[in-house]
Design a protein around this ligand. Structure first.
Ligand code: GLC
Length: 431
C-alpha cells in the first residue's frame, strides 16, 4: 500500500483528510466545473466597497479603528444620501475597463445593510438614502452585461449579539438567525446572483455560523452560484488579499486596492499607476487566477477620479491586448528584467513593461519560434534564435504600445524556459 514512494506520513494524511474534507462539501467537483466556467474565462472583476464609512472618508475600518460608539456612528445613516443611480457609472466603467463581473459590499463590518431587509431598520431603504442600493447595483451591472456578485460581512460591529455570540448560546442563536435571514433575503430578492463573497467570520467557527446549513440554503436558492472561502469552509475559490498567490488545485482570485483602502479614504493618495495594476492582472493570468480590483466610491456614489483614470487606461490596453489575458492558460516562463509572460496554447505573450529599445530578448526559450507579431497592431516582428536566446529585432526605439507592449510569439510547442540550461551550457571564455 505504501509503495510508489508514498511515505507513511503522507498516506496517513491522505486517508485522514479525505473524509473530513468531504464532510465540508456543499457541491461536487463536477458541478463546480460547470458553475465556474464563466468565472475562469472572466479573469477580471470590479470590487465595490461602499457604505456609511464613505461619509467620513477615512477607510472602511474607521468605526473600529477610531473606536466610534455605535450610537454616534449610526448617525451617519442620516447623512448617507447618494445621488441617483451611481451604480450605472460603476457598471459602465467596469465594462469599459474590460472587467466581466462585479462584487459589491451589501453589508460591511459596520453592519449597515445597503439592501432592503426585514431584519433591521439599519438599512438604506429605511434611512435617509431611501432606496435599495443593492437593487440599483444589480440592475446596473446586468444592463452592462456583467455578472453580479454580493460581498457580505459575517462579522457585524453593530448587531447587539455580534460579539457576545462567541460565549453566549442564546446570543449566538439570535445572531446566526439574523445572518442567515439576511443571506436568504439576498439570495431571494434580486434574481440570479452569480457570486456570494463572504468576509470576516470573527468570532465564530464554521459550526458556530452553521456555515454548511447556510451554504446549502444558498445553493438551493441559487443553483449556479459561486462561493468564496471565507465562511470558514473552503467552497469554490480562495481569496488571497493584497497579494497574488496561486492556490494549488483550487480556484483563486486576488483582490487588491488601487491605493491603501477599500472604502473611500479622502486623504489616501498612495495610488498605483495603470501599469502596476496591469502587471498585477498579467501575473494573475500567468498563474491561472482572477483579479478583483477595488473601487471605493465617495458618499454620493461617484468613483474617485484617480480610479476612473486607472481603469480607463487599463480598459484601453485590454481592448488591444485582451487576447493575451482572458483565455490565457497557466504559463511557466518568469525570467526577464523587463517583461512578464502569459500563454495560450503554443502562443507566448511577452508583455514588455520596461521597453529596452530595438531589441527584445528572451533567454532560455526551449521552443523554436515560428513567428512573432505585435499583438496590438498585428505588425510582424523579425527574430533571430539560437540555442540560448531569441532576439526580436528591428523594433522601434520607443515602446509601440502603452503602458505595456505585448509581443505574440508562436512557438512549436508549449512555451518553456530553462535558464539553468543557459548558465550551464553557454560556451565559456578561456581563463
Ligand atoms: C478584509 C477587510 C475588509 C475588506 C476585505 C476585502 O478582510 O476587513 O475591510 O473588505 O478584506 O478582502
Amino acid at each position: 500500500m505504501m509503495s510508489h514512494g508514498v511515505s507513511r506520513r503522507r498516506y496517513l494524511q491522505v486517508i485522514s483528510a479525505a473524509p473530513a474534507a468531504a464532510a465540508w462539501q456543499t457541491s461536487t467537483d463536477e458541478d463546480r466545473e460547470r458553475r465556474m466556467k464563466w468565472w475562469r474565462e472572466a479573469r477580471f472583476g470590479m470590487f465595490i466597497h461602499w457604505g456609511l464609512y464613505s461619509v467620513l472618508g477615512r477607510h472602511e475600518w474607521v468605526m473600529e479603528n477610531e473606536a466610534i460608539p455605535v450610537a454616534e456612528y449610526e448617525k451617519l445613516a442620516a447623512r448617507f444620501r447618494p445621488k441617483p443611480w451611481p451604480a450605472r457609472e460603476w457598471a459602465a466603467l467596469a465594462r469599459k475597463a474590460g472587467m466581466k463581473y462585479m462584487v459589491m459590499t451589501t453589508k460591511h463590518h459596520e453592519g449597515f445593510c445597503l439592501f432592503r431587509t426585514e431584519t433591521t431598520s439599519y438599512c438604506a431603504p429605511k434611512q435617509a438614502a431611501g432606496r435599495d442600493l443593492v437593487k440599483e447595483y444589480v440592475d446596473a451591472a446586468r444592463a452592462e452585461g456583467l455578472r453580479v456578485g454580493f460581498y457580505y460581512s459575517l462579522m457585524d460591529w453593530h448587531h447587539p449579539d455580534g460579539a457576545h455570540c462567541r460565549n453566549d448560546e442564546a446570543a449566538r442563536r439570535r445572531f446566526v438567525d439574523y445572518i442567515h435571514t439576511q443571506v436568504r433575503e439576498l439570495m431571494t430578492n434580486y434574481g440570479k446572483v452569480d457570486i456570494l463573497w463572504y468576509d470576516v467570520a470573527w468570532p465564530l467557527d464554521a459550526e458556530g455560523w452553521e456555515s454548511l446549513k447556510m451554504n446549502r440554503m444558498v445553493r438551493r436558492l441559487q443553483p449556479d452560484i459561486i462561493l468564496n472561502n471565507r465562511s470558514r469552509i473552503p467552497e469554490d475559490f480562495d481569496t488571497p488579499e493584497q497579494r497574488i498567490e496561486a492556490s494549488k488545485g483550487r480556484y483563486w482570485e486576488s483582490c487588491m486596492t488601487m491605493n491603501d483602502s477599500w472604502g473611500y479614504h479622502r486623504a489616501d493618495d498612495n495610488w498605483k499607476n495603470p501599469k502596476q495594476c496591469l502587471r498585477q492582472l498579467i501575473t494573475c493570468a500567468r498563474l491561472g487566477g482572477n483579479f478583483l480590483l477595488n473601487v471605493g466610491p465617495m458618499p454620493d456614489g461617484s468613483v474617485p477620479p484617480e480610479s476612473v483614470r486607472i481603469l480607463t487606461e487599463m480598459g484601453a490596453w485590454l481592448s488591444r491586448n485582451g487576447a493575451s489575458i482572458y483565455t490565457a492558460e497557466p504559463c511557466t516562463l518568469t525570467r526577464s528584467n523587463y517583461m512578464s509572460f502569459t500563454r495560450k496554447g503554443n502562443t507566448l505573450f511577452a508583455h514588455v513593461h520596461y521597453w529596452p529599445g530595438s531589441v527584445v530578448t528572451i533567454a532560455g526559450l526551449r521552443n523554436r519560434v515560428l513567428s512573432a507579431r505585435l499583438l496590438a497592431s498585428g505588425t510582424p516582428v523579425k527574430f533571430q534564435q539560437d540555442e540560448f536566446r531569441v532576439r526580436f529585432v528591428g523594433l522601434p526605439e520607443a515602446p509601440p504600445d502603452h503602458p505595456i507592449t505585448t509581443l505574440a510569439v508562436e512557438c512549436d510547442g508549449e512555451p518553456r524556459q530553462d535558464t539553468e540550461h543557459v548558465r550551464v551550457n553557454r560556451p565559456r571564455a578561456g581563463v
